[in-house]
Design a protein around this ligand. Sequence first.
Ligand SMILES: Cc1cc2nc3c(=O)[nH]c(=O)nc-3n(C[C@H](O)[C@H](O)[C@H](O)COP(=O)(O)OP(=O)(O)OC[C@H]3O[C@@H](n4cnc5c(N)ncnc54)[C@H](O)[C@@H]3O)c2cc1C
Length: 474
Amino acid sequence: MAGFDARSADEGSPEAQHRASSLWLAQFPGSLTPRPPLAGERDCDVAIIGAGFTGLWTAYYLKLRQPDLRVVVLEREIVGYGPSGRNGGWAIGGLSGSPSAYGCSPGDERVARALRATHDAIDQIAAVVAGERIDCGFVKAGALTLATSAPQWQRLRARDAAAEAVGHETPDGRLLSGAETAAMVDAPGLRGGRYTPHAARIDPARLARGLAGACERHGVTIHERTAASAIEVGRVRTATGALRADIVIRATEAYTTQLRGKTLSYLPLYSLMIATEPLGERVWEALRWRDGLLVDDRHHLFFYAQRTPDGRIAIGGRGAPYRLRSPIDPANERNAEVHARLVATLRQTFPAAADAKITHHWGGPLAAPRDWSMSVNFDRASGLGAAGGYTGHGVAAANIAGATLADLILRRDSDLVTLPWVGHHSRRWEPEPLRFLASRAIVGTLGSADRREDATDRPARRVRLLRPFLPPAH
Ligand SMILES: Cc1cc2nc3c(=O)[nH]c(=O)nc-3n(C[C@H](O)[C@H](O)[C@H](O)COP(=O)(O)OP(=O)(O)OC[C@H]3O[C@@H](n4cnc5c(N)ncnc54)[C@H](O)[C@@H]3O)c2cc1C
């Protein structure tokens, strides 16, 4: 694997197209040649659709816990093609979703347990990365949230107060003064910050593809370039064959909206990223940004950034417009306006890196359920299961979801199977064009609220109008 020269892929070839889909796949040190597709009819015990983190963790834990189980994963493109191979590389704890959406009242012990499970997930990932020797730049150095305006600082403090009110017994981070924050990352105009130790930096494509290799070593079969065209009880159909299985798990997150009858299950939201060229040590010293530390902020359209293993800043954010006729489309993965906004954010927040060349721009769809809360479901009677809806927290959440699905399938009476998102179903989004209008309104209003707050240093009231459509933090 090592020593593969990405430049040797013919321009326009599938390999070159995959490499163009993110910084991470562009740099992946091995061939991306697809594994053989499924051909003909086959039997197995568990069929998994989608080789992102949800599908791969499910397969991994199933084989670890019951080695004689026949587990087959079908992937439409290649392992790590989806957001699992393209994301910001934040493996971070914290609830994906809202306690009230999960039916938890203040003080419910399940909330504290769920939060602890997200913290444990980072350590679970660390253990597998070490045990399976997955070279993915994993460093657990925590995450720092910057507040560069009074409204952002207010939101950070409100988040802590809200967490306390719903009964988080162990706070997952601590507030910092402007000076304490600047000692960790020297950004202009800091009002304060928040640090959590429960976060690790990864290279997502290396983790996804490394995990796929680990799955195969444990006996999982993976077919790439194999799209499931129909998912039925006991069977998955593809263009060239069919997989008969007692249990069928759908792990297709945002792409679920392309399946018949599932269009409104999620709002597919595009998150886009850019990366700089590698920066010199002097720049890192000027920024005071230590390796592995993740950095984001509290704008409504917040940014998230990592110092990559090879010394670049990779920074991302939402705000790409939703397209009514093609909500999921490779054409949505790049956007000049979002690119310009990310470059401006980079230069303003990290001035020592202002002259760095931007070498990569990419993006992908994440899945926002109508109640912004994830779910893990398995119906024993039909053998059908699914997990997703992590709204941008999928790196850690998919690890939990995979371990949980494995326990549900194997009837293991673990702590995981009683976490609040198990058996949760979000209601569907409004039919088009309402979902389109809601999504455009969300992006437009949040962007204009950010501009207003930056100009006035006062909270923008217009965000309240969006409350029925927004996640609980707003
Ligand atoms: C730009 C960006 C940045 C992000 N940053 C972060 C971050 O820093 N931290 C974080 O926690 N989360 C982040 N996320 C979200 C996170 O990446 C996802 O929530 C997570 O990867 C979802 O994993 P998954 O396995 O459920 O789905 P996916 O990674 O989407 O995998 C689904 C797979 O299913 C395949 N598939 C789809 N349809 C079919 C079919 N019919 N047949 C066969 N296969 C099919 C797809 O090709 C894909 O490979 C980010 C997302 C994006 C887009």
